[in-house]
Design a protein around this ligand. Sequence first.
Ligand SMILES: *Cc1c(COP(=O)(O)O)cnc(C)c1O
Length: 222
Amino acid sequence: MSDTNPESIADRIHTIRSNIPANVKLVAVSKYTTTQAIRAAYDAGVRDFGESRVQDSKVKQEELADLTDITWHMIGSLQSNKARQAIAQFDWIHSIDRFSLAEQCERHIADLGKSPKLLLQVKLANDPNKFGWSESELLADLPRLEKLQNLNIVGLMTILPLGLDESQAYEVFSRVGVLAEKLRSLGWADICELSMGMSADYAIAARAGATLIRVGSQIFAS
Ligand SMILES: *Cc1c(COP(=O)(O)O)cnc(C)c1O
């Protein structure tokens, strides 16, 4: 059931905030909601919004252009032919999930003179349906990623497979933090952000070290 009453949205945001430390950034995932509901979340103090489709979000961003201090996050999987538009439109891209996409971004960043913060999407639990690097794949790709000097890679992102219990979820989230630490020790000093946790598991993710959580249905009930 959809409840996009502004007071309900504000209440649910306050509940989420009370479940996470103050330094964890709440990204309100607005991909299925209206610009009206986004304004309600904005009025409740949210400044970070996540979208999963480049074209849909362009329309919303234009309608919300008066809210100049919104930070827009691209969180959905990105086709290479949309990379240019994503670089142009977003402040963060969480879903850099393969080397070929990173390479595309490198080119467009140089062209556009705009360098959003990028997160590398990893999958550390077996999940054939999800995009992203496994740990060994990412370690193998590091040398060629390192050559893409325009990329502003600031962290890792993950989406859990369905069906994990709480302790399994915590364990997988924790491993993302350990991998980030390993990358820092290998010279990737900027890999500090961890984007993990959605409506069902954001509190677990925050306990496991998330610096950004991505919550949609729990806020917008849509
Ligand atoms: C849709 C989406 C979310 C939000 O999911 P909810 O369960 O609605 O909170 C978070 N991350 C990604 C990558 C998504 O596509």
